[in-house]
Design a protein. Structure first.
Length: 193
């Protein structure tokens, strides 16, 4: 005859009363932690894709579950436009030669003057600048990078620009995405363009 193994319930393994009291007291904490972890998983699971431009040799990551490339080929193959399904969010990215031979400061001033109203945030560094604020009723973010090509007959700059526009009401949702997108925006400094 086989001996029957004793079964232990939760009350036998732990002090049942103490366990249940703690659980009752911390139900709200437990619920909060559960909801927080689900929210964190949702943000962490956002699917990103990378757009790469072969002509100007730059790339940027974009949230593929939010933005879709327009895939409209322009004659110059200089960049791409991305839209959200409801067209509330628009991202543009492109490269261009500095055909007007503007200095870096002139390019920055040109973009500031074209902003319309006064931007709420600006940064100018030797190799990049950022302009952000309300433009035409939407939040507008622009980051421009500069690459200087050393040539025999003089240097030539290439400007790489990323812009993102979205409704102010989506600020808390889109701002973290803008940071991620902006941080991924880069060009290959060794590429032959």
């Amino acid at each position: 005859m086989r001996r029957r193994q004793p079964s232990f319930g939760l009350g036998e393994i732990f002090n049942c009363r103490l366990w249940l009291r703690l659980f009752d007291m911390d139900k709200s904490v437990l619920l909060f932690l559960l909801l927080f972890s689900l929210c964190s998983v949702t943000v962490a699971q956002r699917r990103y894709s990378t757009y790469t431009n072969n002509r100007y040799v730059f790339s940027v990551d974009y949230p593929a579950d939010l933005l879709t490339p327009s895939k409209i080929e322009d004659a110059s193959n200089s960049g791409e436009i991305f839209y959200s399904k409801n067209n509330e969010v628009e991202m543009r990215v492109w490269g261009e030669y500095n055909a007007l031979f503007r200095t870096w400061r002139q390019e920055y001033d040109f973009e500031i003057n074209g902003f319309g109203s006064k931007p709420t945030f600006t940064v100018l560094k030797p190799g990049w600048f950022v302009i952000s604020g309300l433009k035409d009723g939407k939040i507008y973010y622009q980051k421009t990078l500069r690459r200087t090509l050393l040539q025999r007959d003089g240097n030539m700059d290439i400007f790489y620009t990323l812009t993102i526009e979205y409704p102010k009401s989506k600020n808390s949702k889109i701002d973290p995405l803008v940071k991620r997108i902006s941080a991924s925006f880069k060009f290959d400094p060794t590429a032959d363009v």
